[in-house]
Design a protein. Sequence first.
Length: 153
Amino acid sequence: MTTEPELIVVGVDGSPESVAALTWAARYGKACGGAIRALLVWHYPSAVGPAPPGVAPESISDEVRATMTRHLTAAIAKGAPDAQVEPLIGYGHPAEVLVDASREADLLVVGSRGHGAFTGMLVGSVSLHCVHHAFCPVVVVRRGMSPRASAAL
């Protein structure tokens, strides 16, 4: 009887908090033999009006891909150099895309707050939405969270 490895989905947005979350997930995945899926979500903000011609979910810029690669490389090197991470790029509101990804995940890992954080918030709106709506357990990683903290989870 074979068992599939635990699927760990981690939200990445390039913020220091999301890099900490990816580092934590890489260490956790290595410890439990889990498969790690790093998900960077982008969307064109509707508050600024319609998207310019050529900007569509299918037209991911090289900059978005470069951001994903840069942060994956840094976090994995820091957390678990031999971890295997599947990078994915999604389109839509980050909270909704992460919750949707949690349907097939065994664990969802997010940073405590990312680029849209208001000063003084301990948990960002995306993290809070994921905690309340995800279909699997959620770990919210604070920047600087000790790897030993994972033992308490």
